[in-house]
Design a protein. Structure first.
Length: 95
């Protein structure tokens, strides 16, 4: 089973959200379609801009908690190392 930590954004340099999941494509779909009321639906956070794979749920959760404590500039740097144009990476999950 694969586990992921991910960052989503409302737009380039917009509002950010960090999460983790064992079904990344399904979880991002829930965010994008606003199927659950909450932070991402309230602020229009629909764009998957960064993610990474983890071997265990615990590792993905720990990474999420660490990133959530980071300064915003560090999160932006992390995104831009993988995705300098802030492209929506959702479609890449199905390649």
């Amino acid at each position: 089973m694969a586990f992921h930590t991910y960052l989503m954004a409302s737009a380039p340099y917009g509002t950010l959200y960090c999460g983790h999941s064992d079904n990344l494509a399904g979880r991002i779909y829930v965010h994008r379609e606003k199927l659950l009321k909450g932070f991402t639906s309230q602020y229009g956070i629909l764009r998957l801009v960064w993610y990474e794979h983890h071997e265990t749920r615990s590792a993905a959760f720990t990474r999420e908690r660490r990133i959530k404590k980071w300064e915003r500039a560090w999160k932006i740097r992390l995104i831009e190392e993988m995705n300098p144009r802030w492209d929506d990476l959702y479609a890449d999950l199905f390649l």
